[in-house]
Design a protein around this ligand. Structure first.
Ligand code: AMP
Length: 236
């Protein structure tokens, strides 16, 4: 099979497999949703997948319900298995944005093993940089749609109609784990377990950083500008 060199890190990948790294509320989900629409990448959000399982009361959903409500991390084996199952679906062949995964070093290693086995690799890890104060402010104004996972912010990105999803017309909710006490705990968990991944990806020359305090439109424009570096280029 022909190998293709990318301009970003000279890695040979067949399709963009991007990791969105950053604390809860840094805007990863909002931007992953946009890339899914504009570049047809699959948004693989482990948080959304867990919430689907909880809603459908599957065995996995029942197991992880309390863990999500407390802002803890689901054990690595359960998380990795869920991701592996999702990656086995054919729509992932054109590329994936991992949104909220990996969150531990073991998850990161398991993902690399899995992609190696499939002849694929991670194109880049995009770090969304933001302060804790801004996160607490943002998450307390965040509203999500439990039906289609759309994300709004009452201050910076309000729905057209109060508390109603623009897309499906369903009632928006505040996630249980966006309450201030749980947010603080999720931030601690992020610092302890996920933040070390910044160095993990930097050492491998995969890290690229975005200032996540900027507006949704500015970050979207920045990602659009970077996308050609991540996408297969037959002439390179
Ligand atoms: P998120 O929607 O990404 O903020 O995730 C919501 C919750 O789902 C987290 O607080 C964790 O309880 C769980 N979760 C999501 N992704 C992971 C992961 N990669 N590893 C472990 N737990 C996760």
């Amino acid at each position: 099979m022909a190998t293709v060199k990318r301009s970003f890190n000279n890695r040979t990948c067949e399709a963009p497999y991007l990791i969105f790294l950053g604390p809860p509320g840094s805007g990863k989900g909002t931007q992953a949703e946009k890339l899914q629409h504009s570049f047809r990448l699959v948004q693989l959000s482990t948080g959304n997948l867990f919430r689907e399982h909880i809603k459908n009361e599957t065995p996995l959903g029942l197991k992880v319900k309390g863990i999500l409500a407390n802002g803890e991390l689901v054990p690595d084996d359960l998380t990795v298995q869920m991701v592996v199952d999702r990656l086995d679906r054919p729509d992932t062949i054109m590329g994936v944005v991992f949104d909220g995964f990996p969150r531990t070093r073991d998850q990161a290693l398991a993902l690399q093993d899995r992609l190696d086995a499939k002849g694929k690799c991670i194109t880049a890890a995009v770090l969304f940089r933001i302060t804790d104060d801004e996160i607490v402010e943002r998450l307390s104004a965040r509203r999500t749609c439990p039906k289609d996972n759309s994300i709004f912010n009452l201050k910076s990105n309000p729905p057209r109609q109060d508390e109603i999803c623009d897309l499906c017309g369903g009632a928006l909710i505040m996630r249980e784990d966006d309450k201030p006490e749980v947010i603080r705990h999720r931030l601690q968990v992020y610092r302890q377990q996920t933040e070390p991944l910044i160095e993990f990806y930097r050492e491998q020359d995969m890290l690229i950083e975005v200032d996540a305090t900027r507006s949704i439109q500015e970050i979207e424009a920045q990602l659009d500008e970077w996308m050609p570096m991540f996408i297969y280029n037959a002439n390179s």
